[in-house]
Write a protein that binds this ligand. Sequence first.
Ligand code: NDP
Length: 359
Amino acid sequence: HVPARAMVYAQYGKPSEVLRVHKHALPDIKPQDVHIRFLAAPINPADCNQVEGVYPIKPPFNTSLGSDEPVAVGGNEGVAEVIALGDQVKGFNVGDKVVMAQAGRGTWRTHAALPASEVQLLPGFNNQVSLVHAATLTVNPSTAYRMLNDFVELKEGDYVIQNGANSAVGQFVIQIAHAWGLKTINVVRDRPNLDELKEYLTSLGATHILTEEELSKRETRSKLKGWLDGRKLRLALNCVGGKNATELGRYLDHEGKHVTYGAMSKQPMAVPAAPLIFKDVSYHGFWVSRWTDTHSRQEREAMFGDLIDLIKQGKLREPVWEKVSWKLNASEQEIETAFKEAVDKGITGFGKGKQIVFF
Ligand code: NDP
């Protein structure tokens, strides 16, 4: 029986206080199950919210891993390798790299035994695709891909406007748009090293970059008109909320769509009447977990295939990341200490990038 360890919690609370390592062994394989070994998994802000009990997806608490009290395993995305197959499992081979078919199944663990229907292949995965890319494919790049694809039919040369453009999702919006021949107007907060940030976003393929202050200035209207050169701006992506989100909506053309996926400023946004009445601008929300639950595995696989192609072509960079080590021979204490430090960085944002656990 393969020895396994998982980062679990028995009650909601501050992640660095409630998480602990639980040791167990993988059970005998069931006919419809696969056994997988995790290779890498990120610590996303939403994962931490989930441990705090304030995220809409609540994983089940149970004693299936042999714990004394019911526990849930943390983490929502990650990449794993198939190490054993039940005799009724079709469509998978030992050695295949897989991701979770849905959120909330627990990825902060060395191994898992689960129905084959709960994992999904990464089409086209090979050694040109790093573990970091594979481990982080299902949330940020997928969100950017869907928002550029699903709301407005965009043609080559069309523009998209977004705020929070330097967020991880925003950076994928820039890169995917660039790869698809779309142009982006990117709004960021002012900062002392703004030129450095502009240079970086431009290197990813950003077309224009504005600060939040510039966006609300009158003269920006004519500047934007010049950039658009007769093209209609019909898609706005909102990561921030508040006043800035309202401003984005003012730039949309007739039947434009304003899509909210984040609320980093924690401020509600006002929806002005004029664009609603005179331009039929509409306001939408996007949540990648809902998209996954309401679309087929084939559609999700097709998206992964497209994203993996872009990675292989060098068109999508890895997110900036920091390694969290989970050595197989380390003590429970060592694993917990490293993990808790990483989780705190994941929440405060004071790390040097996404915290990624390598098992
Ligand atoms: P990152 O940590 O990479 O980026 C955070 C961004 O928010 C930065 O651009 C930061 O800008 C900006 N920001 C932070 N605070 C404020 C503020 N008060 N006002 C304006 N901007 C602010 O985050 P992710 O890309 O991982 O996620 C971004 C958001 O998207 C999160 O809310 C996340 O939960 C959400 N998300 C939603 C998904 C969905 O399906 N709906 C999927 C993935 C993510 P600065 O550099 O200026 O601090």
